[in-house]
Design a protein around this ligand. Structure first.
Ligand code: TLP
Length: 345
């Protein structure tokens, strides 16, 4: 049975063009800097982001951690959103491995941090305090309805951060989705950040890998941090080859995933008992009203028996993510499946 897998865009398989490129990839020892395919991918990524240099890393989590370890020393503090992936879902790696303290402040429903809240969280020089070093943003914002942050908003945070000598890191796991949603160039969205991580292995369909981009000096240090984490890989051009195809072929089509998410949300919103949150990109959330007496576990299991996979969250929301392998027909099938599960409660 083929499942309609809406749990995440991380479930995407590589395209036939990626598998072919992987098969053909020229490789070398990348720790020696001798893998031509990785070098090519790193140059492409830097160019797309408008940064001097880039580094291929194993995952988004590693890219964020490498960035934090590079920007901050032990005892430094980082201002992060309280619903950010870095704060919630990366095992507190910055603290566990880097001795860095997160300073969470409220994420607004659109994924932003209020400038006043950032300003209030910045430490003054005082022997009692850690030193604030960095502000982290997330674009698009996973837990905040997949919302995109605009270039203007990011610029306003950067202006504030710079006034206090802070740097900015962007978790841009899905920053190409943000660019598609805002109809702008991705480099405009990352122009004002010191570093950006984006994922090749989500909506862009590559099997593995993320890119960390920034200045040449930053990436030189980041390469050291990656190595100490065990992330120096050898003939990894075999994976970078898929990343090149991802950048060449997969970034311009993301609006299709967004249109399918909108259609799916519309269809679900018509089902009595279903409440749907805003749809900005390829991620959205929905809830079942109290009159629907199905437990979250049951709902997810019954949908699965209809061939549809969604993610149930602890906070009572269900998450749906559209991606390359979800067709128009899958969208209609999903709407029918949810209707069947709810009407058969
Ligand atoms: N997010 C995954 C899971 O961790 C929940 C998902 O399915 O959404 N930043 C953001 C904004 C992310 O959404 C993710 C992955 C990461 C970083 C981490 O990337 P990986 O999984 O490659 O370590």
């Amino acid at each position: 049975m083929r499942f309609i897998d809406l749990r995440s865009d991380t479930v995407t398989h590589p395209t036939p063009a990626m598998r072919e490129a992987m098969y053909q990839a020229e490789v070398g020892d990348d720790v020696f800097g001798e893998d031509p395919t990785v070098r090519h991918l790193e140059e492409m990524a830097a160019e797309r982001m408008g940064k001097e240099a880039a580094l291929f890393v194993a995952s988004g989590t590693m890219g964020n951690l490498v960035a934090l370890l590079t920007h901050c020393g032990r005892g430094d503090e980082v201002i992060v959103g309280d619903r950010s992936h870095t704060f919630l879902f990366e095992q507190g790696g910055m603290a566990a491995l880097g001795g860095i303290t997160p300073r969470p402040i409220p994420n607004q429903p659109d994924g932003t941090l209020r400038l006043e809240d950032i300003q209030d969280a910045i430490r003054s020089e005082n022997v009692h305090f850690p030193r604030t070093r960095l502000v982290c943003l997330e674009n698009t914002h996973n837990m905040c309805n997949g919302a995109p942050l605009t270039a203007e908003y990011t610029a306003s945070v950067a202006q504030l951060a710079r006034a206090y000598g802070l740097r900015i890191h962007l978790d841009g796991a899905r920053v190409f989705n943000a660019a598609a949603a805002l109809n702008c160039a991705v480099r405009d969205l990352v122009r004002d950040v010191d570093s950006v991580m984006f994922c090749l292995s989500k909506g862009l369909c590559a099997p593995v890998g993320s890119m960390l981009c920034g200045s040449a000096d930053f990436i030189y240090e980041a390469r050291r941090a990656r190595k100490v984490l065990g992330g120096g890989m050898r003939q990894v051009g075999i994976l970078a080859a898929a990343g090149i195809v991802a950048l060449e072929q997969m970034t311009e089509r993301l609006a299709e995933d967004h249109a399918r998410a909108r259609r799916l949300a519309e269809g679900l919103a018509e089902i009595p008992g279903v409440r749907v949150g805003p749809v900005y990109t390829n991620i959205f959330y929905f809830w079942l009203n109290d009159e629907v007496s199905i437990s979250p576990e049951d709902f997810v299991a019954r949908l699965k028996s209809q061939g549809v996979l969604v993610l149930g969250r602890e906070d009572g929301r269900y998450r749906v993510v559209t991606h390359y392998w979800i067709t128009d027909e899958d969208v209609e099938t999903t709407i029918r499946a949810v209707r069947t599960v709810i009407s058969g409660q």
